[in-house]
Design a protein around this ligand. Structure first.
Ligand code: KIV
Ligand code: ZN
Length: 387
């Protein structure tokens, strides 16, 4: 099995479904170009039948971007597939992503039909789309809660019909990592023609497990991860691109490779956050404001002696300018000395011992100490000395 994991970015489709995050065509092109620079393999550019704006955006993204495959989402319906084919007409490399619900929950309540019927509709959609586009990805929606032997039967049938990628979404973010990983393993071992397709993982974050589930999926044989920048997406979001990429990069023992140009991660995260008007939570892994900020004395002391005592990723690897030492009332003398020296002061141990009690009083009051507060603090010491 190849160790290359394809990165399928759905920021512009599943990510853009977030209320208030809608982008216009110009903004979508900007994000698509940034994704191309980031090195994603596939850009899911939208769900063309959903609105004229989405349709036009796919057309324009197809013209603006040449390296990644451009993918359009459809339901298992003729009108959706026709619309997707039309929207992809300028794409240099194209893919249709079609599918239908696979769990009994979806079959009964969404479609009010039988397993056999959804299976037949899925096969039909793949065969129909295949007449126009070579790369067909099939999604078995809510696969995470589907009956496993039925899911295997469906996957086998759609591969026989021409699907080149089979997406096994944990649509509701319900699975546990070992359970989701076991499902992928089961498909690998029980679907006769599975080697004719790539298995894709598409995990939602309702229980905070999207990243863990995606990694469990690739460990068990999936070779495509569907993800979004900053983990944005329906409800609690999708698997976060930066997290899965940096897990693969940091854990060499997984022997999983991808094409992502990691120093582009942070600028792309900022771009998406700005255009979608969606703040990144400060403690967000990899791209949050605090991801490389050290604030307690014990951590700061260790970090200043050797970065890797408290960092598993070099911030430069993800395009963050540097780690930061945040001065609070929990900070120690080492951090205070470091920050004062960065401001250009020559400080001795005795200086630090002298200003430290005043520093703590100030930090208790102000919570976070900024450079101007340090100038004031050290200025007072210098004035005292001159007298
Ligand atoms: O979460 C999901 O199941 C989806 C499919 C449409 C792929 O987004
Ligand atoms: Zn989804």
């Amino acid at each position: 099995m190849s160790d290359k994991v394809h990165i399928f970015d759905t920021t512009l489709r599943d990510g853009e479904q977030v209320p208030g995050c809608q982008l216009n065509t110009k903004e979508k092109i900007e994000v698509a170009k940034a994704l191309e620079e980031l090195g994603v393999d596939i850009i899911e550019a939208g769900f063309p039948i959903s609105s004229p704006g989405d349709f036009t955006s796919i057309i324009e993204i197809s013209k603006a971007v040449s390296e990644p495959v451009i993918c359009a989402l459809t339901r298992a319906k003729k009108e959706d597939i026709d619309c997707a084919v039309e929207s992809l007409k300028y794409a240099k490399r194209k893919r249709i992503h079609t599918g239908i619900g696979a769990s009994d929950m979806h079959i009964q309540y969404k479609f009010n039909t039988s397993r056999q019927d959804v299976l037949e509709r899925g096969v039909w959609a793949v065969k129909y789309a295949k007449q126009f586009v070579e790369e067909i990805e099939f999604y078995a929606e809510d696969a995470g809660r589907a009956d496993l032997p039925f899911l295997a039967q469906m996957v086998e049938a759609v591969i026989a019909a021409g699907a080149t990628v089979v997406n096994i979404p944990d649509t509701t973010g319900y699975c546990l990592p070992w359970d989701y990983g076991a499902k992928i393993k089961y498909l690998k071992e029980n679907v006769k023609n599975i080697d004719q397709a790539i298995i894709s993982v598409h995990c939602h974050n309702d229980l905070g497990l999207a990243t863990a589930n995606s990694i469990a999926g690739v460990i068990n044989g999936a070779r495509q991860i569907e993800c979004t920048v900053n983990g944005i997406g329906e409800r609690a979001g999708n698997t976060s691109l930066e997290e899965v990429v940096m897990i693969m990069k940091s854990h060499k023992e997984l022997e999983l490779l991808n094409r992502i140009n990691t120093p582009r991660i942070y600028p792309t995260s900022r771009l998406v956050s700005r255009l979608m008007r969606m703040r990144v939570q400060p403690n967000k892994a990899i791209v949050g404001d605090n991801a490389f900020a050290h604030s307690s004395g014990i951590h700061q002391d260790g970090f200043l002696k050797h970065r890797e005592t408290y960092e598993v990723i070099d911030p430069h690897d993800v395009g963050v300018a540097d780690s930061s030492i945040v001065l609070t009332a929990r900070s120690g003398r080492a951090a205070l000395k470091h920050r004062l020296e960065n401001l250009g002061y020559f400080v001795t141990k005795e200086d630090i011992d002298e200003v430290y009690p005043d520093y703590l009083v100030m930090a208790d009051e102000l919570k976070v100490i900024q450079d101007e507060h340090l100038t004031e603090l050290f200025g007072k010491l210098e004035t005292k000395r001159e007298q």
